[in-house]
Design a protein around this ligand. Structure first.
Ligand code: HEC
Length: 127
């Protein structure tokens, strides 16, 4: 039995380091900060923690949700005068970069980690 236990320990150690790596990826240490985030940051904070309670926190929100919200503001399907103006000039690449940035910031609120099948933005519903 001891050899088996030893193998188990190694498996656990490997699993733990893989988990640590994937959490590091989720925390987005390597995600490039989009230039446009400076504008968004006036209300939502550059780190996605809103400056005032009337603005939503974006940090740690699901990437697919952020993309969808920005596309809906841009198209006018979701109506809010501030955000319709903010999203109006965004390109698809801007939306992808901003969604990736904010989703990878450490959250101010708890967002459960569910497995989310991520749909590349070109095929997000509603477009
Ligand atoms: C002048 C303040 C302001 C600026 C600047 C701003 N926002 Fe917003 N944002 C808001 C407000 C207010 C809402 C809530 C609108 C609503 O009720 O739909 C919002 C909502 C959002 C949402 C939806 C959040 C949710 O939980 O559904 C996203 C995503 C978002 N903003 C992203 C951005 C991005 C990206 C930028 C920069 C391009 C930006 N915002 C710039 C004020 C701002």
């Amino acid at each position: 039995m001891p050899p088996k236990k030893c193998t188990d320990m190694r498996a656990i150690a490997i699993t733990c380091s893989l988990l640590a790596l994937s959490f590091a990826g989720a925390a987005g240490a390597a995600v490039a900060k989009p230039v446009r985030v400076v504008v968004c940051g006036a209300c939502h904070g550059e780190d996605g923690k809103a400056k005032m309670p009337m603005y939503p926190n974006l940090a740690g929100q699901y990437r697919s949700y952020l993309e969808q919200a920005l596309r809906a503001y841009r198209s006018g399907a979701r109506k809010n005068p501030i955000m319709n103006a903010q999203a109006g000039g965004l390109t698809d690449a801007d939306i992808q970069a901003l969604a990736l940035w904010y989703s990878s910031r450490p959250p101010a609120l708890y967002t459960p980690s569910v497995s989310q099948p991520f749909t590349p933005s070109a095929t997000v519903a509603g477009e």
